[in-house]
Ligand binder design. Structure first.
Ligand code: DC
Length: 222
């Protein structure tokens, strides 16, 4: 029987960085489900369709094949109709597209089996918004990882600046606040802590402390 660990939480809580390191330590496969929504967001964007235009987006789903692969280093690669879009999906614009398309029930249904199948065949740490509540309700461990909006925006800002992007802190903070609102107020599978989750706030923890905290929670509960 494979073990699944669900990590949910708002944008910029450090889920992916922390989960990636924890997965390495535990020899689990790390799956970033946000990348799947981002790939769909990218497709919609490239086709010049408004990210809120559900009528136009639904038929597009038939043209989309999204899958996950892993490179030699065990890092996740996202394939959109066989094209590696792993880097292209990381812009602020596509973040907003991903948030919008993720509110469409048919988009969520479209990605559900893919996520569940990954967990059937591997020990996984899966991060997202609805992993503990919807995708893997029977996950062995469910963690809800969060931090204040200001701290999350600062972390995201530093990351984008490091990548050479020209962004302003206030814009990043506004994006974080808007995405939080979108992600937690949509009708289907909104972002919310699972009843049986372990709640972790990393506002006062640095990366190393956050990783250690998560690894010790995982080891204690496995
Ligand atoms: O984790 P992320 O920021 O890469 O996710 C991008 C968007 O996808 C986010 O705004 C909400 C959505 N998402 C979701 O609805 N459910 C998930 N399991 C993962 C992401």
């Amino acid at each position: 029987m494979n073990i699944a660990i669900a990590i949910d939480g708002p944008a910029g809580a450090g889920k992916s960085t922390i989960a990636k390191l924890a997965a390495k330590e535990l020899s689990f496969i790390y799956i970033d489900t946000g990348a799947l929504y981002r790939a769909i967001g990218l497709y919609v964007y490239r086709n010049g369709v408004d990210s809120k235009d559900v009528e136009k987006i639904l038929p597009k789903l038939e043209e989309i094949n999204v899958s996950l692969d892993f490179n030699d280093k065990g890092e996740q690669i996202v394939l959109l109709n066989s094209e590696d879009v792993s880097s292209l999906i990381r812009t602020p614009e596509i973040s907003m597209y991903a948030s919008d398309v993720s509110a469409i029930p048919q988009v969520r249904a479209f990605l559900l089996d893919l996520q569940r199948n990954m967990a059937k065949t591997n020990n996984v740490i899966m991060d997202g918004r609805d992993i503990g509540t919807v995708v893997l309700p029977d996950a062995k461990i469910k963690i809800f990882l969060t931090a204040s909006a200001e701290i999350r925006a600062k972390r995201r800002y530093d990351e984008l600046i490091e990548k050479g992007m020209d962004v302003k802190y206030d814009d990043v903070l506004q994006d974080v606040i808007t995405r939080d609102y979108n992600d937690s107020h949509r009708e289907v599978a909104p972002l919310k802590p699972a009843e049986d989750c372990i709640y972790v706030d990393t506002s006062d923890l640095d990366l190393e402390q956050s990783v250690q905290k998560l690894i010790s929670i995982m080891k204690e509960n496995m």
